[in-house]
Design a protein. Structure first.
Length: 180
């Protein structure tokens, strides 16, 4: 319904932001690990539940899509999904799911071993998260060279921290993959 909201931050708390949009102050709940200041754009999800309307905001479409996939799992509600996205960056969460890291997922408040296993069972192999266009290009390039998607994603996450140049990223990724 509301794909995104763009405006100026006028108030911020740990997991909520108020955005001034043309004289309206929109209160939006966000993962607590987002750094939101100045003029921002949040991709939104509107929740209507028991006569309560809440707006949730995410810094990228991919983050919002990951949130939607999480809340589609039986037993995972909005609170758990927001806690997961507050604890991990989206690509870290995807990596934990793809690596079947029950222990890491269980460190999140409200997520026990069985819930972590359910998340992994429901989402493993069904998530494509690219932190940026360069990361997507890097993964595609590595896959075209014969590396598995899992290998490519894992090394891409490391390499993107070092450089934003695609040619340099491919070179570094190939070096890292050849060392293994």
């Amino acid at each position: 319904m509301i794909d995104y909201i763009q405006g100026k931050v006028v108030y911020k708390s740990q997991n909520k932001v108020v955005i001034d949009k043309d004289g309206f102050g929109l209160s939006i709940e966000t993962p607590s690990n987002l750094n939101l200041e100045g003029k921002i754009k949040l991709y939104t999800y509107l929740s209507l539940k028991d006569e309560e309307i809440r707006l949730y905001g995410f810094d990228s479409r991919e983050s919002r899509d990951l949130f939607l996939k999480l809340i589609s799992i039986s037993g995972i509600g909005i609170k758990h999904a927001m806690e997961l996205l507050s604890t991990f960056k989206p690509f870290e969460l995807v990596e934990a799911i793809e690596n079947r890291d029950v222990t890491l997922l269980s460190t999140v408040k409200g997520i026990g071993k069985k819930t972590a296993q359910r998340i992994i069972f429901e989402l493993q192999g069904k998530l494509d998260f690219y932190d940026s266009e360069i990361m997507e290009d890097l993964v595609e390039a590595l896959q075209s060279l014969g590396y598995s998607k899992k290998e490519a994603m894992k090394v891409a996450v490391e390499v993107i921290k070092e450089t934003k140049d695609i040619e340099q990223a491919i070179k570094i990724a190939l070096q890292k993959l050849s060392e293994k």
